[in-house]
Design a protein around this ligand. Structure first.
Ligand SMILES: [Zn+2]
Length: 428
């Protein structure tokens, strides 16, 4: 059960891996050019990539470019390599940045590719034949859980969809079916646990032995991971990916960073301002090229995710590079408070160390032209009255920042199933 999904590529030495990637980049170029109007326009006469120097001369692709192209060439834009009848799946992004969602099309081949990428995710978490995976999610237009659902067959696991159910029904479905793996956002895993406690259901004593999370950085935040592992009595695994890009990474049994699936993507880390490569191991923005989605490819796509990449071999034996600490945050999520950079995920990591905090909200407001924060805590019924002070003290210890905390009535803050929206910007 601890095996690899594809040991040949997962343990390839780094030069061998880089050579494989370069061959696949050229294969992708041969497939998409000149048929793909978007990239034919962008790359002009460039049709060959025979070295990494060639590759690094290619222009970046941004989400705004794809969105503008779709707005001008509605509904699917010009990043299409084949006639529309070749595509069999349509999904869309959640449009979190306040812009219209991006529509994404897959062919039968690229849908298989998604499933194989998920094979890496499942095998990394030790999931395979005999496992029953529950998807605590309303199956809507977002690709994440559809692709996860599809990918389970590549490792022989059983899928149990949890769409169209409320939280209590999902808990019973998990327990009645002896589910061994929960797939959800980290936020919703904790929501399930909160309701289980209210109903007197024993999740820690259930058959659930692994949880796989996506959509938020939580599963790589030590405090969040420890909380999930404690309430489920299970190993908590992270997974990274984007609708428009693919399933990019996973955590292995060593749980020491998020492995990047470098056999299916080329990854780079650049300074978000200068767009130059950062030094090995330094923090920067993750840029990715997907190698198995020729119908609607992304080449040198700026993800907006801030990361640090570790290329040393993992204890699990994989040579695939790792994101140290997972995705550290998104460039546009970072808050600067009194000169200190804070990611909301860092605040959540501290809050999750307190079992009496069920839910929270981070309010951002300006006071005398300065950015200030306040944290509202939604406590477990019957928790300690000095909880707010205890949390504020620990936030100060960890973040070196005084953040006022206030208790609100138990159950009064909104709960989330998809991406949680816990940072609220108050305008004055
Ligand atoms: Zn590993």
């Amino acid at each position: 059960m601890n095996g690899f999904f594809d040991s040949a590529t997962e343990t390839l030495d780094r030069p061998g891996l880089r050579a494989l990637q370069l061959r696949r980049v050229q294969g992708l170029f041969d497939e998409i050019l000149p048929r793909n109007a978007f990239y034919a326009r962008k790359f002009g006469a460039r049709r060959r990539v025979t070295s990494w120097d060639d590759f690094r001369e290619l222009p970046f692709t941004s989400k705004a470019e794809i969105a503008d192209d779709q707005a001008q060439n509605s509904p699917y834009g010009t990043n299409l390599t084949y006639p529309l009848e070749r595509y069999v799946k349509l999904h869309q992004t959640s449009g979190t940045t306040g812009k219209a969602p991006i529509r994404v099309l897959d062919t039968a081949e690229s849908w298989d590719w998604w499933a194989r990428c998920w094979g890496h995710v499942y095998r990394g978490a030790g999931i395979g034949t005999g496992d029953r995976v529950f998807y605590a999610f309303s199956f809507g237009p977002f690709i994440g859980f559809w692709s996860a659902y599809e990918g389970a067959r590549t490792v022989g696991a059983m899928t149990i969809p949890g769409g169209g159910m409320h939280t209590e029904q999902r808990l019973h479905a998990m327990l009645d079916n002896d589910v061994t793996v929960l797939c959800s956002t980290p936020t919703y895993a904790l929501r399930l646990a909160e309701i289980a406690e209210q109903l007197g259901l024993d999740l820690a004593g259930s058959r659930v032995r692994a949880t796989v999370h996506a959509g938020e950085p939580g599963a790589s935040v030590p405090g969040v991971r420890a909380r999930i592992e404690q309430v489920y009595g299970a190993r908590c695994h992270d997974h990274t990916g984007m609708t428009e890009l693919g399933a990019t990474g996973f955590t292995c049994q060593a749980q020491d960073g998020v492995h990047l699936i470098e056999s299916e993507f080329v990854f780079e880390v650049v300074d978000p301002q200068t767009l130059r490569p950062v030094a090995n191991g330094a923090q920067g923005e993750l840029v990715a090229t997907n190698l198995g989605r020729a119908g609607m490819p992304l080449i040198r796509y700026r993800t907006g995710d801030l990361v640090r990449v570790d290329e040393t071999r993992c204890r699990c034996g994989r040579t695939l590079a790792r994101l140290a600490g997972g995705i550290l945050g998104r460039a546009d999520d970072m808050l600067v408070v009194r000169g200190i950079n804070v990611f909301p995920s860092a605040i959540e990591g501290v809050l999750r160390e307190f079992p009496d905090v069920n839910e929270f909200r981070i309010e951002v407001f300006s006071s005398r032209s300065m950015v200030e924060l306040r944290v509202l805590l939604d406590p477990r019924p019957g928790s300690e009255t000095d909880l707010a002070e205890l949390v504020a003290n620990r936030l100060q210890d960890r973040l070196l920042l005084r953040v006022p905390c206030e208790l609100v009535a138990s159950g009064s803050l909104p709960r989330f199933e998809l991406k949680a929206r816990r940072v609220v910007r108050l305008t004055d």
